[in-house]
Design a protein around this ligand. Structure first.
Ligand code: C5P
Length: 233
């Protein structure tokens, strides 16, 4: 059965126990889970095994960026552990992305491989400091097109960028968007936020939601509220 929900819940926890405690409150038929650098660095492949064992599909958000062979091997290792999605930095360039995509293809691995364009923590001054004079929106578009042409199946992007990326990369190009805040939730440290339904309307294909669900008193009730909002759009 293929999962219909666009929701990916970010398991941003410092230990396997804490992550599983949250996962056990969620339903693998109604959301996927995202494992990031802190959790994976602390708990390693055990977290993937535990989540897969519970029936969840996992987005391993490690944002690889290295020489082509190293990234291709890391992506292969992730895919062989059965993750649903893994990502790299588009800034690693065409050869790096092509090597990773080709490695998956050669080994008949179906994991979705997507790219990060410009980190949302970047401001214009930060880009200029690393030698990129283009405005952020232009750089995001440039890297998204490069990612598509290098065999990536999508990008991580803000919902604000999703519409522009749909016109240059197409509706089938995955747009995985964090910074999602349902009307019932606090913004926390996110700046440019969008509600789940507005983000889907803007062209997102998947929504990454962390604290509005994981810090809710009843995580499944929060998830349900988001589903209801999405159903009504
Ligand atoms: O708790 P919250 O919903 O803000 O969590 C969002 C998740 O998405 C976190 O895991 C965060 O690291 C990730 N993320 C983000 N902004 C990006 C890329 C990833 O918030 N540009």
């Amino acid at each position: 059965m293929t999962m219909q929900s666009p929701l990916i819940i970010a398991l941003d926890y410092p230990s396997l126990d804490a992550a599983l405690c949250m996962a056990d409150q969620l339903d693998p038929a109604r959301c996927r889970l995202k494992v990031g650098k802190e959790l994976f660095t602390r708990s390693g492949p055990a977290v993937l095994e535990a989540l897969h064992g519970r029936g969840f599909e996992v987005f391993l958000d490690l944002k690889f960026h290295d020489i082509p062979n190293t990234v291709a091997s890391a992506v292969q290792a992730a895919a062989e552990q059965g993750v649903w999605m893994v990502n790299v930095h588009a800034g690693g360039g065409r050869k790096m992305m092509q090597a990773a995509a080709e490695r998956l293809r050669a080994n008949d691995l179906k994991t979705h491989l997507i790219a990060v364009t410009v980190l949302t923590s970047f401001e214009a001054g930060d880009l200029a400091e690393v030698g990129v004079e283009a405005p952020i929106a232009e750089q995001v578009k440039r890297l998204a097109v490069l990612a598509k042409n290098s065999g990536m199946s999508g990008v991580v992007c803000s919902a604000q960028e999703a519409a522009a990326l749909e016109s240059c990369c197409g509706a089938n190009f995955l747009k995985v968007t964090p910074g999602i805040r349902p009307s019932f939730a606090a913004a926390n440290d996110q700046r440019r936020i969008m509600t789940p339904s507005a983000a889907m309307q803007a062209g997102s294909t998947h929504l990454v939601v962390g604290r509005p669900v994981t810090q809710a008193e009843k995580p499944m009730a929060a998830l349900q509220a988001i589903e209801t909002e999405l159903a009504g759009r």
